[in-house]
Design a protein around this ligand. Structure first.
Ligand SMILES: [Zn+2]
Length: 417
């Protein structure tokens, strides 16, 4: 029964193909760069689009312009709630002269849709929205609820988007597909965590003409602290048993993608970036204070607490001069590859594309963590040309946008059948 329904919906998607492509182009034409992150125009456009199919959105705006749209179809019969999630914001285009085409043209050329957000993630966004519209139009009876959540703020941390919706319990998913770019043959089930800290180093001031014999130079101590911090990357982390093979395979994928031999280790050891440093007031004064902000990423299997303990151990010789403040701590997170959601998406990809997709974990982070850290099975799956994401000349293959939409529809029907 559900197979027959899927075939019917897939046919409908093929017939509706040009509308999905045009819709993707229209979304790209609305610049929704973040920063500044004002979603007013794109949210209004999407809301009107959905209303043409009788789908009414609830709108939440926790900060001016940070608009969240939510709409649902189906019945709450067995309380099964599948959520489609996508962010409407895109990263800024950067220097326009470095693009080979206008970044907001939304043009179709040689089988590709061009422009900022084509891959991350207006192609995926158009897919999940179109599937909702088609299922509503066909009056498909679902044994549960399919909820669309369109959010702002993902590119700047998500606290006014998915984070805000989850914290207030506004959505209660049983499983979630985030239409983030992965490419059609990959399913992303996990990501690293992060520990962002501010380190303050204290010294003792004196006249610069007496240095280094008198006084204690906080900048020089900070240099030693930095070098010690880097030893965090020597920590070897063992991934949990159920994803150990996936992590190993993902390491090879990272190396191939970034074209840097050995870099796969970022999935099994922490990374450290000293992002800012500020110290000293005047050239002829020995500085008594130096502050730095450090971004530490945590592989799956290494908790925030374990990272904090390791830091303390590494910096114990500096403890009289150094204080550490945590800016943010995010646990690494993943969805087990044996969950129903993962099996269903694998099955649908196989049915549509005739291939067995690769399951992987990613090095960056996203809104998926807000779901996973509450125990909700969550995956990323979306059309993409991965190398253009956040860079210049971003684009996506037309066919991939349409195929991804078929996969979203297939999973929704199977999940709620
Ligand atoms: Zn994204």
């Amino acid at each position: 029964m559900s197979q027959q329904l899927k075939e019917e919906v897939w046919k409908k998607i093929d017939a509706y193909k040009n509308n999905i492509i045009r819709f993707t182009c229209d979304l790209i034409k609305i610049p929704s760069e973040n920063p500044p992150g004002d979603m007013t125009e794109i949210a209004e456009f999407i809301r009107n689009h959905l209303e043409k199919y009788g789908l009414h959105c609830k709108q939440y705006e926790p900060e001016k312009g940070k608009i969240n749209l939510i709409c649902s179809i189906g019945k709450n019969r067995n309380e099964s709630n599948l959520v489609f999630n996508g962010h409407m914001d895109v990263v800024p285009v950067g220097e326009r002269e470095k693009w080979d085409f206008p970044p907001f043209s939304g043009e179709v050329k040689n089988g590709y849709i061009l422009g900022r957000g084509a891959s991350d993630m207006k192609g995926g966004l158009a897919g999940i929205i179109s599937v909702m519209e088609l299922l509503a139009e066909l009056e498909v009876e679902l044994n549960g609820t399919l909820t669309l959540t369109l959010v702002p703020d993902e590119e700047t941390g998500g606290k006014f988007g998915t984070g805000w919706l989850m914290m207030r319990g506004i959505i209660k998913p049983d499983a979630c597909i985030v239409a983030e770019p992965t490419g059609l043959t990959f399913i992303d089930i996990g990501q690293r965590g992060a520990l962002w800290i501010k380190i303050t180093v204290r010294g003792f001031p004196t006249h610069g003409s007496l240095s280094p014999y008198k006084g204690e130079n906080a900048i020089l101590t900070a240099c030693k602290v930095m070098n010690t911090l880097l030893r965090l990357i020597e920590v070897e982390v063992k991934a949990p048993d159920d994803i150990i093979d996936i992590v190993e395979k993902s390491k090879l994928m990272v190396e191939a993608l970034i074209e840097e031999k050995g870099i796969g280790r970022i999935l099994s050891s922490p990374t450290v970036n000293v992002g800012t440093i500020r110290g000293g007031n005047k050239i002829n004064v020995v500085p008594d204070k130096c502050e730095m902000e450090v971004d530490i990423r945590l592989p799956i299997g290494f908790s925030v607490k374990e990272a904090e303990e390791k830091l303390e151990e590494l910096l114990k010789d500096f403890k009289d001069d150094v204080s550490i403040n945590v800016i943010a701590g995010i646990e690494p997170n993943y969805t087990s590859p044996t969950t129903r959601l993962v099996s269903l998406i694998k099955r649908n990809i196989k049915e549509i594309l005739g291939i067995n997709p690769d399951v992987f974990v990613q090095w960056a982070s996203s809104d998926a963590r807000y779901f996973r850290l509450k125990g909700i099975p969550t995956i990323h799956y979306g059309p993409a040309e991965v190398k253009g994401i956040h860079g210049y000349n971003e684009r996506v293959r037309v066919e991939d946008v349409v195929t991804a939409a078929k996969v979203y529809a297939g999973v929704a029907i199977d999940f709620l059948a």
